[in-house]
Design a protein around this ligand. Sequence first.
Ligand code: ATP
Length: 527
Amino acid sequence: MSDAQPKSMDEIMALCKRRGFVYPASEIYGGINGFWDYGPLGAQLKKNLRDAWWRDVVMMGCDGLDGPDGEAVEIVPLDSCIIQNPKVWEASGHVGGFNDPMVDCRESKSRYRADHLMCMGKKGDKGGQIYAFIENDDASFDAALKKLSKYVKQDLAKGDIDLCPLTDLSLEELAITVGPDTKTVGTLTEPRAFNLMFKTFVGATSAQTDENAAYLRPETAQGIFIHFKNVVDTTRVSVPFGIAQTGKSFRNEVTPRNFTFRSREFEQMEIEFFCHPDDAKQWYVFWRDWRMQWWKDIGLGGENLILREHGSDELAHYAKDGAGTSDIEYRFPFTAPGYGELEGIAHRTDFDLRQHQEHSKKKMEYHDKTRGELAKNGQPKGEWYLPHVIEPSAGLDRGVLAILCEAFTPDPERASGVYMKFHPRVAPIKAAVFPLVKKDGMPELARPLFKELRARFGHLGTIEYDEKQSIGKRYARMDEAGCPFCFTIDSETLSEGTVTVRHRDTLDQERIAIGGVGDFLGEKLGV
Ligand code: ATP
């Protein structure tokens, strides 16, 4: 299948359900919009991706690469709470500013992100008929054009209409807008700011007041900023260094959609890297390039992955004079031909540390003993400064979704009709051991091999053992699960001491000695 034709999202979602990668949360009660659970294969796939990130970032310090200063990159881990003092979110700007513009349709009761709706109006007909439709969606565009033609009682072509974001409309224009799923004009409400943070109440009190209100964190990053000083004071790190954490974040998204892409509960993998302001540019470039390479190495190396540097109009106010902001984006079937964000790399300047310093009245400045004028003894006097931050912030669930979409490979030649081409490092099942038939002494050879492989590689993922059904059906199941290698014990194993290795991607079969299976798999898994 060429990259020009997007894969079918319906088929990918069906496979995810069928094979136990992803289930709708609370499915037996009708589900709950914006929440997804991972089944056995999905949970292992997600853990493998999180572990790969943790190992490469935290334990290996950017996989052992030297930083731009020629030194080993220093990263320490952190695990902060989902609920913090609400003042954290006031200081970070989330209480006042973490809003999306929202419009409701009074008739259909549907709710939309105003910035996701585009409007069309008849050209030159300012204040004339206007129609709203969902952006980047050809089907709704054509439907909208048809509807608008009825209103102005003439056949309209694309060239006859003006397009503008719904957020640009005046109140008068909004009043004559036809919503995306109604036939009557004027059913859309004015856009309102909607705060995305989930609010809860802490303590055994029935009074739900502002005094005991708290928020579920909308990002893991702030948990890192508020402990910057603690980490500096209690460990031996020195700037430049990074603090990394993974964990759940929560956003009450106005329109959760596109499978797990925009969920209300999701997991992030974030690094806040602290450096001297003068070094921000070189660290920004370092992180941007390394993070892009990392996603390629994990199996997203094709042309569906791009790095997009932000234009100045997209930058956060504090980042205007910064070293840059970029997104690593993947062409998902539902965004094609466009792309969706997997990870953002941003030079956040000293914005967050400064905000927390001002709000908490606790000094966040760092004393750098390697800088400053030289004293009489020839040693630097030291310099106090607020470090600048480079933030590579990745979505774990979006990473899993991109890997699922990339791996999904239709193949009419196979019994399963499709296989999941996972990179062996993230594949949830690393290998399967099958006796060809459940007799003739084959299970007696297969079971010890399964136990040997599990003892050696079970910490990396599942080792499967299966002796039921025909071998063809077992191979088909492993193709859909994305298992890279199947080892089959057959009559030649009994006579020659060799097993068949079946390669998932090529369907090649080769024979190797049963005693060499462990080393063979170890080499393929790179351990
Ligand atoms: P978007 O513009 O898509 O809403 P964002 O720019 O608000 O994303 P960030 O605040 O930069 O996202 O969060 C960092 C990462 O967290 C994103 O790159 C994405 O991978 C992930 N993420 C953010 N929101 C969601 C969500 N609702 N569901 C799943 N992952 C998310």
